[in-house]
Structure formats: C-alpha cells, structure tokens
Write a protein that binds this ligand. Structure first.
Ligand code: PLP
Length: 376
C-alpha cells in the first residue's frame, strides 16, 4: 500500500540518538536548547520567542490555559480543523464557534471569521490548509480591530511563507507539530511561538509544572536546592533530548523534503489538470510559499469521491480526507450549516504526498486516476 504520509528517517537520526545515549543525559537538556535555537533561526525569530513542548495539541491547550479562556468565551476556528484544537477550547469550558472556509483552498478568510465574531469572541485559531498560507493581512486586521487573540495552528505548514515571513510567526501565537506524520518528524514534539517574549517566559514555566525555580543542580536558593515555588498548577509538557536530537537532523533535511513534495505536487497537477471530471488544488499566489503538506483533488459529488477512494485503495493507493468537519462531530453538539465546508468534505480527496514517494509511484497514481471510470 502506498501511504498518504510517511516519515523519512535515516542513519543520521539514529547516530544522533546514539550520541544522546552516550552523553548519559536523555532528558530536556542541551539538544533541546539547540533544537529551539536552530528552529528560531530557521523561522526568522529569536530563541526568546519559541519553546518546545510535547506536541502541537498540548501547545494549544497550554496557550488557552495561559490566556484564561473560559466559560462564556467563544473561540472561532474553521470546522475543517484538527480535533485537538476544538478539544482544547471545550476543555476550558469555552464554546468552539466553527466557521466556513473557501471551497478551493479550504482556507478560512477574514470574511468567514467576521461573520462569527460576537462580543464573547476571545480568540481565533486558524490553520493553513495543506501548507498553503491563509490571507493573513486581512485576518490579522480583523482580529486587531476586535481585540481578539490570533493563534496559528501551523502544524501542517512548517516553513510555509506569507509575503516572505514564516507562517506560525504572523500572529500572537503559533504552534508547530513534529509528530510522526508531519513533514519534519521528531517522534512527538511541538513548538510554540510567542510574539511577545514575556509570554514565552510564562509558558515555559507552565510547560514544566509551573515551577518558578529551576530544579536540581542549577537551583541556587540559599544552597537549599530542594525548595521550590510554583506560579500555576500546571502540567509537565517538556521535550527530551532524544526527540530533539532527531529533530535537529530532520531540520538539516527539511528544505529538500519540501522541495521533493513541491515536485510531487507539480507532477500531480500536470498529470491531472486536463481531466474535466476533477479539480486540482490552487497553485497558490505569487507572494506565498507552501510546505506542500497535502495534495488534494475535488470530484463532482460525494459518490464519485467515495468510489474513487475505494478504487484507489483496491489498487494499493491509500487516500483520505483531512480534516473531517468538527461541526459534524456529535460530541460538540453543533447545528451550524457551513456550505463550503460541507461541499468540500463530500468532494475532496487527499492523495499520497511525502518525500519518500518515488516519481514512478506518483506517475502510477496519476495513471490509475486517469483510467478510473465512474459507473453508476
Ligand atoms: C497533526 C496536526 C495537529 C496535531 O499535532 P500533534 O503534534 O500531533 O498534537 C494539529 N493541527 C493540525 C492541522 C495537524 O495537522
């Protein structure tokens, strides 16, 4: 079966892990600091703006805790979002307000956000679908005008750029994911970006039990290093040096990963563009760079989409749709009607795209799609 996503790990990562073993310190330490520093450099900010955490989901939980989002508050997010984001909102006792997206990019716009703003709106959490950046200038303006905190879920758009600036650094907060299915894979890991370095200082404490004082040997309180104080009753959400060592090796390769994904994207579009029974994704705009996390096609209706997915699976090609609309998830008990979201969810199919996918495999997938015949 050809996977839709897949990590690309090699002997470099293995060697880096070996070195961490040999150092006899596998917890959060020098490798994690280096990983944060190198990530900051890569995304064009200071180490004072970023910190690692266990995963992207945890990063969003931590940020909403820190912002004291709570009962009576509303947080707007596209219904086509990752489930963990809505869970973070609900866990605070706040209401997730699901908004619509554009049909072709599956991205949210300032228009879709504005429609849902009320006096209760405290935050907006956007995602750059499949790696293609949202129209951030207008989204930022709407949030500023309404004094709403803007958070970028940047899990699927690492190193995407909007007008030359890295996505994830365009809002008040941004969160990355380096989990097993993402472009840069560190096992499980996330990165939090804070526009204001003061927020980083506070979130860093919150990601380590709310401790006010460093632990162990570096604690200098009057030589009584076992004493401590906390400023919040928080969790332990830190990253270890094994994870960071893998991440550091991946970071060296990530530009080539994205380059390979771009080639794959172009190959699909060239190979499928002339078919009148499907739509290929937009290539983006002059002023944005995508991470090419997903490649998607859109079919005429749900029956064709489902049938094509089954046909491809029977041919050893795994496809899917991300992200199943959250306003359809019963648990959230939401009765919104979101026209574009619902149409996209019924007609969109995400095809395999990852840096280990071979050119012949992409050509084979294209050929299979071209040979597909819808029979009612
Ligand atoms: C994968 C993903 C997440 C979750 O990331 P984790 O690090 O696994 O918690 C969140 N948002 C989007 C858009 C994702 O694709």
């Amino acid at each position: 079966m050809i996977n839709i996503f897949q990590p690309t790990l090699g002997k470099e990562e293995l060697k880096a892990v070996e070195e961490v073993f040999e150092s006899n310190w596998i917890g959060k330490g020098p490798k994690t600091k280096e990983f944060e520093e190198k990530l900051a450099e890569k995304i064009g900010c200071s180490h004072d703006n970023v910190l690692t955490t266990t995963c992207c989901t945890e990063g969003i939980f931590q940020i909403l805790d820190y912002l004291k989002i709570g009962e009576g508050d509303e947080v707007i997010l596209p219904s086509i979002s990752f489930v963990g984001v809505a869970n973070a909102i609900v866990s605070r006792g706040a209401k997730p307000v699901f908004c619509d997206v554009e049909l072709d990019t599956l991205n949210v716009t300032s228009y879709h956000i504005s429609e849902k703003i009320t006096h209760k709106t405290k935050a907006v959490i956007i995602i750059h679908y499949g790696g293609l950046p949202c129209e951030m200038e207008t989204i930022s303006r709407v949030c500023k005008q309404n004094k709403i905190t803007l958070i970028e879920d940047n899990a699927c758009s690492p190193f995407s750029k909007y007008k030359g600036v890295n996505t994830g650094t365009l809002a008040d907060f941004g969160v990355w994911s380096f989990d097993a299915m993402k472009i840069l894979v560190a096992g499980d890991c996330g990165l939090i970006y804070c526009k204001n370095p003061k927020d980083k200082v506070e979130l860093e404490k919150r990601c380590y039990l709310g401790l006010e004082t460093p632990s162990g040997a570096s604690n200098t309180i009057d030589k009584k290093w076992w004493e401590f104080e906390i400023s919040s009753s928080s969790r332990r959400s830190i990253v270890n040096d094994i994870t960071s060592a893998i991440g550091l090796e991946q970071l060296k390769k990530v530009d080539s990963f994205i380059e390979t994904r771009k080639k794959c994207h172009i190959m699909y579009s060239v190979g499928l563009d002339d078919l009148d029974w499907l739509t290929t994704p937009p290539n983006g705009f002059e002023y944005v760079d995508s991470s090419y996390y997903m490649y998607w096609i859109q079919l005429e209706n749900e029956d064709v989409r489902n049938d094509l997915a089954k046909y491809l699976k029977a041919n050893g090609i795994y496809t899917t749709f991300r992200y199943y609309p959250l306003h359809w998830v019963e648990y959230y008990n939401d009765d919104s009607t979101l026209v574009n979201t619902e149409k996209a969810a019924k007609t969109t199919l995400c095809l395999p795209i990852h840096q280990s996918l071979k050119e012949e495999e992409v050509q084979m997938i294209i050929k299979k799609i071209r040979n597909y015949k819808w029979q009612e």
